[in-house]
Design a protein around this ligand. Structure first.
Ligand SMILES: [Zn+2]
Length: 301
């Protein structure tokens, strides 16, 4: 039995049933693969990276390197949308929800403290209710006000690594059906985070805001939940990132792996086994993450 099968031989071998079986015997996913190995004849069924089987460590490395470059240089982040928005204070003022005096006091306090959002100061000074501020923020950003009902921290923690949930003030709130994930943001929806989560989870993400106090409570509960295992990496070069990610993929041999960028982080997720069809999010023990910070300055591969 041959252990190595050239591409040219493939047609003759499997063409009669190709329609039915070609998915079982795919070629290496690296477009520059020199080996021509078919999956059938390799002892490695995995790793699979972004739906592509890598026939060798070298091919896994090339697939991952090009994904790293795509994320860092390829504009896979959020499109920059310059939208005109009315400042929160003016919005509340124009709707007569606060007075000029209340706005001035809140702005003064904010300037003096040098910290805190205007909405927080308005609530703290009892000029506005948290719900009023949330509605105004939603109007400002053109997004819904979400509710924390049915939020389960333990179920939502596998949505993203703790470090990213913490750094970007994002709260995976709940899923709906098999296809939708609601994301709450602390003050404004972040489309870079939303798009990255859509690509990573395969779910449509709907972003909105919550009342401050609700956000804080739920976010704190999320951060206390148990998250998937994660490796953190501080990279000095993109080559170093690709090397470390390849090493992890080769070591863990995932059935699927994906790479996305969230601002200055690269997030690699590995699925150790195929997830349950019934759950839109994996459970924490089905996956493993690697999170890597990178600088956009010099790091060329
Ligand atoms: Zn290959």
């Amino acid at each position: 039995m041959p252990v190595l099968m050239k591409r040219t031989e493939k047609q003759a071998q499997i063409s009669p049933v190709e329609g039915a079986t070609s998915a079982l015997f795919p070629q290496c996913g690296n477009p520059n693969c020199k080996s021509g190995w078919l999956r059938l004849w390799r002892s490695r069924d995995v790793p699979v990276f972004e739906g592509k089987w890598a026939c060798s460590t070298l091919c896994a490395r090339e697939l991952i390197e090009s994904a790293v470059l795509r994320e860092v240089h390829g504009g896979m982040g959020a499109p920059v949308v310059h939208q005109h928005r009315v400042p929160l204070g003016l919005l509340l003022l124009s709707q007569k929800q606060i007075t000029q005096e209340q706005l001035r006091r809140a702005l003064d306090a904010q300037a003096k403290a040098g910290t805190g959002r205007l909405g927080e100061w308005l609530v703290r000074q009892k000029a506005a209710a948290p719900e009023q501020v949330a509605r105004a923020l939603a109007a400002q950003w053109g997004c819904p006000v979400l509710s924390v009902d049915n939020f389960h921290a333990a179920m939502m923690a596998p949505a993203l690594p703790r470090l990213l949930a913490d750094s970007f003030g994002v709260l995976p709130l709940r899923t709906a059906g098999q296809t939708l994930l609601y994301l709450a943001f602390e003050s404004r929806p972040d489309s870079c985070i939303t798009l990255a989560l859509e690509r990573m989870t395969g779910l449509k993400c709907e972003a909105g805001v919550l009342c401050d106090s609700e956000f804080e409570r739920a976010h704190a509960a999320l951060l206390r939940a148990s998250f998937p295992k994660v490796r953190l990496l501080e990279a000095t070069s993109l080559r170093g990132v690709a090397h470390a990610m390849t090493a992890m993929v080769e070591e863990r041999r995932p059935v699927e792996a994906r790479l996305v960028r969230m601002h200055n982080y690269l997030w690699l997720r590995l699925w150790r086994r195929a997830g349950s069809q019934r759950r839109p999010l994996p459970s924490a023990d089905e996956i493993e993450d690697m999170v890597c910070t990178f600088s956009t300055e010099p790091g060329i591969l």
